[in-house]
Each structure stands twice: as structure tokens, then as C-alpha cells.
Design a protein around this ligand. Sequence first.
Ligand code: SAM
Length: 305
Amino acid sequence: MPHPPPKTAPPAQDDLRHESAQEPRAGALYVVATPIGNLNDLSPRARAILAGVDAIAAEDTRTSGVLLKHFGIEARLVALHEHNEDRVSPELVARLKRGERLALISDAGTPLVSDPGFALVRAARAAGVPVYAVPGPCAAIAALSVSGLPSDRFVFEGFLPPKRAARRARLQALAHEPRTLIVYESAHRILECLEDVVAVLGGARRVGLARELTKRFEESVTAPAAEVRAWLAAEVERRRGEFVLVIAGAPQTAEYGTAERVLRTLLRELPPSRAARLAAELTGVSRRTLYELALRLTPAEGQGQ
Ligand code: SAM
């Protein structure tokens, strides 16, 4: 019997050998991912692009200078960070329009993922400048890939609010989210954050904690939240470094499913706040939860340009 066709076609040999893509094109912006700890994770293509562009926009020019020096890349660096990106982006787009080749990098991982770059990419696209991805490391995706938690659908939440009350409110709003959640957290808040996960989502909710990914002291555990909290509290060394928290989605209740359907219907006619209030009254699901959901179901104006 013939084999069924594969679900997706394998890449054509031409695509695999598309080496011309290593040379940056004039007037194009390259969004280049850099290592999140292990320098060997800088791809050959990323090296070639970074070596070939006229200038590199970097979040912290000193940090990126060290990386580039390690690879023997001499590049002109332009600072582009959260405090200046609105001002610098139009200047960089003007340079791109004059035919310069530019790359965008951040301190670690994929630019724009909890990092600067959105203003530049949006401005470049608005000006008709081609923007190319040079993909690579991303802590969120790396943590998800080793967590053993469902990865078919997930939500990236970036950093949760630093203050406890606001963090708990955010977790409460996400309590019914059925998709796997991914959050970044700093070393000095990771224990508090896990305590909040236990308090708000329950100690039985499964959680994957990834620490120091790709680095010397990399480790990751996946277990019920209460166990992960206890594991983290047991030794101070476990609370050092960089962390990603992956949280299993909520089991779907019939009550929440109904509330979501009611909300979707109301949103066709009403703004998010009124739709959420009515849906909460009709179904008994919390208004805050439904308001958060309503905001996610209603794309903000001006996005997606
Ligand atoms: N753009 C980056 C990316 O693609 O992952 C993320 C930048 S964000 C400002 C930095 C946060 O990412 C850290 O606070 C930590 O939560 C997470 N992170 C970065 N590197 C990591 C690593 N090696 N191991 C675990 N988490 C990491």
C-alpha cells in the first residue's frame, strides 16, 4: 500500500541551500536573534548578516559589543532602547530608505520579545522597507519546548506586574485561560511569583520552571505548583539566574465555556466593559475575568499595521 503523503511538504533542496539569503540586501532590516546564554547558539546565518550590514541597532551597545567582538565582527552600533526607540526609529528608517542595510538585535534572544524593536519594525513596514527574520534563541520557546506541558496552543504574557496585588489580579484574570501560559520572571521575585501561582491558581496546577537555559547551571522542573514552590524554596542557589515559568492551562469548565460564548455574542454589539458586565451577570463568571477576555477578543485600534 502506498504511504499517505506527509502532512507538510519537506523543504525543497533549493530552500535548504538558499545561501544567498546570508548576504544582507540593500535597504532591508534584519531582525536577528542572539544567544540567551550559550554563544554557540548564534547561527551561522546570524553571524553572516551581522558581519554584512552597515549598522546594528542594539539595546545595549556595550553588551552587544562584547558579543560581536567574540565573533570578530566589527560593526557600527546604534543604541535603540525603550527610552529612545520612538525618536531613533524614524532616523533608522530614513537610513534604510537611502539603501543602508541594518540589523536589529537585543541583549539576548529574539528582539521584540519582552525587548525593544516594535517601534522600529512597525515604522519600517509602514515605510515599505523589507523586514527579514533571522530566527534563533528565545527563552520563552526554549522553556516551553522542555516543559512537557501542552505546546499546541500557548499564551506569552511577558513579565507579570512586579507588585504582589497587581500580579495576583493578573493571575486571577488568567485563571480560566485554557492555553499554556508562559511568563518571564526575575530572580528576586521568582519565589513570590510562585507563591502567588499557588495561592491564585491552586497548588495542583502543573508548572514548568526553567532556569539558566543553555547556560552552565541550566535546570528545569515540571510538577504541581506547590511542589515547584517547595523545590525553589529549599535551596538559595535554585533562585539565582534567569527564569521562565510555564503554567499549564486551566481545565475547561462548562460554566466558563458558556460565559465565553455569551461574551462573544455580546461583543458584536457592545463595548468590552458592558459586554463583560452583562456576561458576568448572566453566567456568574467573574466580571474581571470576562473583561480581560473581552479585551483579548477585541483587537485594539491601530494594532496589526
Ligand atoms: N528577548 C529575550 C528572549 O527572546 O527570550 C527575552 C528578554 S527579557 C528582557 C529577559 C527575560 O527572559 C529574563 O528575565 C528571563 O525571564 C528570560 N530569560 C532570558 N534568558 C534566559 C535564560 N537563559 N534562561 C531562562 N530565562 C531566560
